[in-house]
Design a protein around this ligand. Structure first.
Ligand code: CP
Ligand code: NVA
Length: 305
């Protein structure tokens, strides 16, 4: 059975810890692994991407493999070929396949028919590759993750949900603050029983941010949410991550953002480029963390906690 990575909860806590440790090794020595030598990885993008596209394409190359980047207009999927047939055919050629699309059900359908690992490069519901880099960045700054607090302030979207899944799995207390219409619903987060108590949901951003080691935000208008953009900007305005919110966090707190950013909306320009952010390291860490993920999924990894 191929090993998939669709929401992040496919990993065990020790595997996540080992993956983050491996990511640090790969950052120190980026060309040290040939885990994908002679192998190819399909990267299907039905939605735009800067970081995910570049970090996976370069990461596969650094592991000795061939990245096959496919845009929607290049696949027969766009002309009605079924996801099942697409998955069966790609499985005959590549060692793993990633998909970025709106529909989480489509990623699940590809995985259901794939004989190679399928990984989620973002759906409207989940973005599990993102927290791998986020947790790696936190580890670089703070060391062991257990007991840290991360406050996500903003839209209760795909990034918030994936941070809730993988952050709590790593032992981090994740506090999510959103206005009621855009709140993260607890039932929509696939948490393990032991992680459930580490997720708290709030309406007050200051309550969530109190004592946090990490302040995190994401765009107010995600891909696919453009129709409600005006309402979102109005309701989310009190949820901007700025110096005033940072005041209530831990004195050593850092600021993260998955990017792309809209300075002046969800994050102040001062924080986005300031001394307290680790955002640009976080963007780099996408590549290192995803290389460790590919090693694990494609099965050549010797990960141990
Ligand atoms: N953070 C992130 O996934 O960025 P891209 O949309 O540019 O891939
Ligand atoms: N929530 C954003 C994340 C972009 C990386 C979106 O889905 O557009």
């Amino acid at each position: 059975m191929a090993r998939h990575f669709l929401t992040g909860n496919e990993l065990s806590a020790p595997e996540l810890e080992a993956l983050l440790a491996r990511a640090v090794q790969l950052k120190d020595d980026p060309l040290s692994s040939r885990a994908l030598a002679g192998k190819s990885v399909a990267l299907v993008f039905q939605r735009p991407s800067t970081r995910t596209r570049v970090s996976f394409e370069v990461g596969v190359h650094e592991l000795g493999g061939l990245p096959v980047v496919l845009r929607p207009d290049e696949l027969q999927l766009s002309r009605g070929e079924s996801p099942k047939d697409t998955s069966l055919v790609l499985s005959r050629h590549v060692a793993a396949m990633g998909l970025r699309t709106g529909s989480h059900a489509l990623v699940e359908e590809l995985a259901a028919h794939a004989s190679v690992p399928v990984f989620n490069m973002l759906t409207a519901e989940h973005h599990p590759c993102q927290p791998l880099a986020d947790l790696m960045t936190m580890r670089e700054r703070f060391g062991p993750l257990a007991g840290l607090k991360l406050a996500y302030v903003g839209d209760g979207n795909n990034v918030a949900r994936s941070l809730a899944v993988l952050g709590t799995m790593a032992g981090v207390d994740v506090a999510v603050a959103s206005p009621a219409p855009y709140a993260l619903e607890r039932d929509s987060v696939p948490l393990s029983p032991e992680a459930t108590g580490r997720l708290t949901l709030h309406e007050d951003p200051r309550e969530a941010a109190a004592g946090a080691h990490v302040l995190y935000t994401d765009v107010w208008v995600s891909m696919g949410d453009e129709e409600t953009a005006a309402e979102r900007r109005e309701l989310l305005a009190p949820y901007r991550v700025d110096e005033a919110l940072l005041e209530v966090a831990d004195p050593d707190a850092i600021v993260l953002h998955c990017l792309p950013a809209h300075p002046g909306e969800e994050i102040s320009e001062e924080l986005l480029y300031g001394e307290r952010q680790r955002i640009w390291d976080e963007a780099e860490n996408r590549r290192h963390a995803q290389k460790a993920l590919l090693e694990l999924l494609v099965g050549t990894a010797t990960l141990s906690p």
